[in-house]
Every structure is written in C-alpha cells, then in structure tokens.
Design a protein around this ligand. Structure first.
Ligand SMILES: Nc1nc2c(ncn2[C@@H]2O[C@H](COP(=O)(O)OP(=O)(O)OP(=O)(O)O)[C@@H](O)[C@H]2O)c(=O)[nH]1
Ligand SMILES: [Mg+2]
Length: 283
C-alpha cells in the first residue's frame, strides 16, 4: 500500500470511508494521526476541542481510498459534540496509553458509548477496530503489558498494535493493516474478516486467562474453594481445557491424577498442575 495516489483513476474502484479515533484524553490519538499523515510529532499537549476533521487518500491494492478521519476529543466534557459522529463508521482507532491503566480500563466504556450512540439497530460487527497500545517509548512507566492489551483486543476480534507516535514505531504498519482490513471488509459484503494472528483468543479463553492472572492462589485460579473435591476441580478445569496444547497434554495428564488423589488436594500439586495446563503451553 502507498500513500501516494496514482494520477490515473479507475472508475468504480475508488472508495470513501469514515474512520474515527476513540480513547481517553491525552492517550495520543491526535499525535498518532499526525505522525501518519504529517510525519511529525508535537510534544506539547494541545487538547482536541470536540472533533478534528481531516481527509487523506491512500491506495490499497488497485483501489483509491478517500479516508475521512474524525479525531475525537477524549475529555468527557466533549461528549455532546462527539456523540454525533459515531454513525456510518467503517473503522475505529481505539487508543490507550500503556503507562495509564485507567485509559486501558476505559476501553470498554468507549465501546459502550459508541454502542449507545449507534442505537438498537447499530451494528458494530461490520466495523474494523484497531487497538493502539500507545507511548511504548515510555518503557519505564509502562503498566499495561503487551499480553494484557493483545488479549483484550483479540478476544473481541480487534486488531492490536504497539505504537509510539513519538518515535513512529508501529504507526505505518498499524494504518496499513487497518486500511487493508477495511477494504477487505467492504469487498466481503460488510463482514469483518477474521484476524490472521495465530495468537488470537476466544472471549472465553481470554476471560479465563484474565481470571488466572488476577487470582490470589491456586484454588482461586480454578475458581474453587480451598479443599475442593476432585469433582469440583474437574468441573472447574473443563473450561480451561482449550488452553492446553497437545505438546503439554502428557505432562498435564501425569500431574492431574496426583492432584486428584492427594487428600486434601495440596496447593503444591495444584500449582504444578496448573502450570503445566495453562502457562507452560505459552512458553
Ligand atoms: N512519549 C510519548 N508521548 C506521546 C505519544 N503520543 C502522544 N504523546 C503526548 O501525549 C500528549 C497527548 O497527546 P494527544 O495526541 O494530544 O492526545 P489525545 O488523545 O488526542 O488527547 P485529546 O485530544 O484530549 O483527547 C501530548 O503531550 C503528546 O505529545 C507517544 O507515543 N509517546
Ligand atoms: Mg486529540
């Protein structure tokens, strides 16, 4: 894909799309767009007042794409302005700052706001979402790691990119993949193409991993009370089964009986078993 549009136009092959940016104030939405369109970075914070609008042209395969970008203000104060702009959107750039956990936690609220504004007949399945984990250049302040962000995005069928508007890292790749996905969607009759990433998770798997990450101990990992019976452990294990790779199945099969027949089930066995079941496959 190139940003330079060839002079010769092919009638019927041009496409007009609408893209919006969403995310908390100061996460870097405007800077990401500026970095891509103007190849520059402004370190001074200039809050977007309501909406910034811009047009750009890109070439995807043999199609000329006219992109209307609506860069939204993230501050709650501008809700009344931006709520007019959610409709008829083909692509959303959803941004959070990897050094601000609040901005990551707010992504669900942004989706909820969009859903509400689209109304009961609005369909978000025919929109391409790309999640930008921005400000990765500030490694020292990072508090949302890549796996957490990727998990959230991919479990929703969204694209995920690590970006820095300051250094430019990830920006071109993100926009290229984003535009190609939007064109694919348009050529696919408005159905969102599945992501190519081999690491994508279902919502159920993502919920399970999230639960494991935040659990206090091994019992909590399984969602059972300390001293739970073999049946309870078995039942709790079932939803986690899809996370086990074939490579680790023999190990987990050896460890699982040990867990079940040691009474009371010791925390150590559960730890070992769970490590083999869930974490080891990802190593
Ligand atoms: N270090 C670093 N700073 C960044 C990056 N992206 C943006 N910033 C800075 O973060 C601040 C906010 O950037 P903006 O792009 O204005 O943020 P915004 O999300 O558009 O904010 P609102 O318009 O208020 O919603 C500015 O001071 C930027 O210079 C980045 O990748 N790295
Ligand atoms: Mg802005």
């Amino acid at each position: 894909m190139e940003t330079n549009v060839p002079k010769r136009k092919e009638p019927g092959r041009s496409l007009r799309i609408k893209v919006i940016s969403m995310g908390n104030a100061e996460v870097g939405k405007s800077c990401i767009i500026k970095r891509y369109c103007e190849k520059r970075f402004v370190s001074k914070y200039l809050a977007t007042i309501g909406i910034d609008y811009g047009v750009t042209k890109v070439q995807v395969r043999d199609r000329e794409i006219k992109v209307n970008i609506f860069d939204m203000a993230g501050h709650p104060f501008f809700y009344e302005v931006r709520n007019e702009f959610y409709k008829d959107t083909q692509g959303v750039i959803l941004v959070y700052d990897v050094g601000q956990k609040d901005s990551f936690d707010a992504l669900d609220a942004w989706l909820a706001e969009m859903k509400q504004e689209l109304g009961p007949h609005g369909n978000m399945d025919n929109i391409i979402f790309v999640v930008c984990a921005n400000k990765i250049d500030c490694a020292k302040h990072r508090c949302v790691d890549e796996s957490e962000g990727r998990l959230w995005a991919e479990s929703k069928g969204f694209l995920y990119f690590e970006t820095s508007a300051q250094t430019g890292e990830g920006i071109n790749e993100m926009f290229q993949t984003f535009y190609v996905s939007i064109v694919d969607l348009c050529e696919n009759g408005g159905k969102r193409p599945t992501t190519n990433s081999s690491a994508s998770f279902t919502k159920e798997q993502a919920d399970t991993i999230r639960r494991i990450r935040s659990s206090k101990d091994s019992w909590d990992m399984l969602g059972v009370k300390p001293g739970a019976s073999r049946e309870e452990v078995n039942k709790a294990y079932s939803p986690r089964r899809p996370l086990v790779s074939h490579r680790w199945l023999p190990v987990s099969l050896c460890l699982f009986p040990a867990c079940c027949f040691t009474r009371p089930i010791s925390s150590m066995w559960l730890n070992l078993w769970f490590l083999a079941m869930v974490w080891a496959p990802s190593c």
